[in-house]
Design a protein around this ligand. Sequence first.
Ligand code: GDP
Ligand code: IMO
Ligand code: MG
Length: 426
Amino acid sequence: MPVIAVIGAQWGDEGKGKIVDMLAEKARYVVRFSGGDNAGHTVVNHLGQFALHLIPSGIFSPQTTCVIGNGVAVNPDVLLKEMNQLNQRGVDTSRLIISDRAHLIMPYHVLLDNLEEKLRAARAIGTTGKGIGPAFADKAARLGIRAGEIIDVDGFRERLRVILDYKNAILERIYGTAPLSFDQIYRQYSEFGKILKPYIRDTSDMLLGLRPDEMVLLEGAQGALLDPDFGTYPYTTSSSCLASAGSLGSGICSNKVTGILGVYKVYCTRVGGGPMPTELKDETGDTIRETAHEYGTTTGRPRRCGWFDAVAARFSSRINGFTRIALTRLDIFDAFPTLKICTGYKLDGNVIDYFPASVSALERCQPIYEEIPGWQSSTKNIRKYEDLPLKARQYVEKLANIANCPISLICVGPERDQTIEVRPIL
Ligand code: GDP
Ligand code: IMO
Ligand code: MG
């Protein structure tokens, strides 16, 4: 039973949603294992274009069960709206299951996320404002409320009272804002519990009874460079984005994971604050943004664009242990006469080839570029590797050498079928 993790290899938005939607045609389960509705996964298939935030991108495949794993922080209000929107467009969401161990995003998490950002002022992280940081902080502080708790009305009442007293003290005494109403939250979340009850259960037993040929996909959110341990901390998200989180956040033990597919864009983007050594604050950056329509799926913010960063890419491949890579958005470079790859950084007068842990060091890193000729012809309708222009093949082979990993898939457009299968994902 192949278990394959699909992981963002950069700063998120690499095209994980597209890859998962495509692979899900052959999957028994697709499991989201981290993050929350900070994620925005765009899927374009025979049913139209969709922006998913919490629901796994396998939802369009009728034989696939979609799981929101224990590692996800779930805002039930957002989830129900997303389910309704999909239902209205004819997508069946009855095959969704939610781990009873998944933490819930509560109204005070969203409030505190935005208040904390204001307090950070010039050093704001640029969060999505969805309450992600405060929710995962509460999980670690043992102040979280889990999905399984809102279906036990009495237990929930007691837990909420203790936690809300504490949160209201912070809201009133630190931020000087009005306290939140216990009755209102209790009523609202009990109602969510009633509606979501049929979906909430222990999801850690997924592999039991699975046939050897049935595949499980672990759908990553965000990207390795937003990981709180290995990313550009503190400009990161608050739950792990790495392949190793795939087993922890799903309950599938790590020795069952058989493949790790790293998803890279052929350039870099980042949304929000924090260092990005290859960022282009010039016309070339604008050209990438406008050609690729690089605007956030969740917040609509313009994404910062830059050349492919080999230093960051090598680091991300190593810490994730990619067994295959997928390259997306090759078509965006179709008209570019030349491309650049950042092969090293100049830091305080020295050339380095590693990705520094320190944000202040990263902010001082100047990219060193290698220039590469573009192919200047359309790749959008190409479906076979050997039909790609020679210069495009040379470019992607360079990226594969950097990631030290064979290419499985190359995407040449947003549609499910705008994909070149170079070799199997396993
Ligand atoms: P995710 O968060 O990793 O799922 O990525 P997003 O959905 O936030 O952003 C990726 C964007 O690129 C989406 O709008 C996709 O439809 C689009 N996309 C994915 N692959 C390709 C590709 O090869 N070419 C083009 N032009 N767009 C792509
Ligand atoms: P997908 O799954 C890109 C960024 C935010 C911010 C930082 C922290 O679509 O790739 P948070 O709200 O998580 O506390 O914000 O992380 N961020 C993302 N950037 N893609 C995402 O998800 C992201 N999820 C969070 O912009 O810089
Ligand atoms: Mg996204």
